[in-house]
Design a protein around this ligand. Structure first.
Ligand code: NDP
Length: 295
């Protein structure tokens, strides 16, 4: 048996088209153009690429993209002041501070300072709490994208046993909560889980969000399962000096047993930016007191 590949690139592209349509509706009907502000502190090469890609995608969707680049030695107070300024700027509907931030700045202080109404990363404790409480919330982008992929692949997820490996605030916890909201029976696994392989073998849906290259082996997969690989790990490539990206799942072995599987790259990754744009549209509607557009 060979698993069907879940084409995250195509699903994200279709989502971005629907977002662009929603944006033009907002412009035509309400003279409202959603605006996303991205703040980058320092010169981290990977972060610069992420920020550039977010800016391009934002403009492609017809939204306003604002970019703020602050030097690596920016103080915490200066960054928080910038965030407060954006909180008070009516043309800004979403605020994202690119992580990681330099060590003199507390990541949690940044998260806590972003207005929950503009928290398009979905990391503010108020949004995390609302998600757990089943209230409307801005939900974290990678987990939201992962669950969209599972739903588009399997349809109704009710009653499915989902195993999530990883319990970070960024990925593992919100993905588990979103799956619970879809009526899955959810098991959360982590570094202290006993006999992880046996736990994973129970999963109809297996979400791997660990950060260890190809940790999940083929014989951890229940035959026919849907495997969502969130991991992004850079490993040595076949050619000397070259690297390549792999997930947290041994793709070749797992795809011989799974029913559906996301590739890395081209699976969950492209969904993250698409969900960021979707959150920005949602935030803009809520801030303007409009009914939300189903995207
Ligand atoms: P964290 O390092 O914050 O969390 C990793 C989690 O994995 C922890 O909960 C940890 O458990 C668990 N873990 C570590 N080792 C093991 C093990 N041996 N067995 C079982 N569980 C283990 O990572 P993130 O959640 O931020 O990211 C996870 C992965 O997702 C990374 O590869 C990251 O690059 C990728 N990622 C991808 C994104 C995308 O856009 N596709 C976006 C964000 C992240 P414990 O809590 O017990 O320590």
């Amino acid at each position: 048996m060979s698993a069907e590949i879940i084409d995250g690139k195509a699903i994200a592209a279709a989502l971005r088209q629907r977002i662009a349509k929603a944006v033009s509706q907002l412009q035509e009907n309400h003279n409202l153009t959603p605006g996303l502000a991205v703040v980058l502190v320092g010169e981290d090469a990977a972060s610069q690429v992420y920020v550039r890609n977010k800016g391009i995608a934002t403009k492609e969707a017809g939204m306003v993209s604002l970019e703020f680049r602050l030097p690596a030695d920016t103080s915490q107070e200066a960054l928080l002041e910038k965030v407060r300024e954006l909180n008070n700027d009516p043309s800004v509907h979403g605020i994202l501070v690119q992580f990681p931030v330099p060590e003199q700045i507390s990541q949690q202080a940044v998260i806590d300072t972003i207005s929950p109404d503009k928290d398009v990363d979905g990391l503010h404790p108020q949004n995390a709490g609302r998600l757990v409480s089943g209230l409307p919330a801005l939900t974290p982008c990678t987990p939201t994208g992962s669950v969209i992929l599972a739903k588009q692949t399997l349809g109704d997820l009710t009653g499915k046993h989902a195993v999530v490996i990883g319990r970070s605030n960024l990925v593992g916890k919100p993905v588990a909560q979103l799956l619970l909201n879809e009526n899955c029976t959810v098991t959360m696994a982590h570094s202290r889980t006993k006999d992880l392989a046996a736990v994973c073998r129970q999963a109809d849906i297996l979400v791997a969000a660990v950060g260890i290259a190809e940790m999940v082996q083929g014989d951890w997969i229940k035959p026919g399962a849907c495997v969502i690989d969130v991991g992004i790990n850079r490993v040595a490539g076949a050619e000397a000096g070259k690297t390549r990206l792999v997930g947290d799942v041994d793709f070749a072995a797992a795809s011989a047993i799974a029913g559906h599987i996301t590739p890395v790259p081209g699976g969950v990754g492209p969904m993250t930016i698409a969900c960021l744009l979707r959150n920005t549209v949602t935030a803009a509607c809520r801030l303007a007191g409009l009914d939300e557009i189903e995207i």
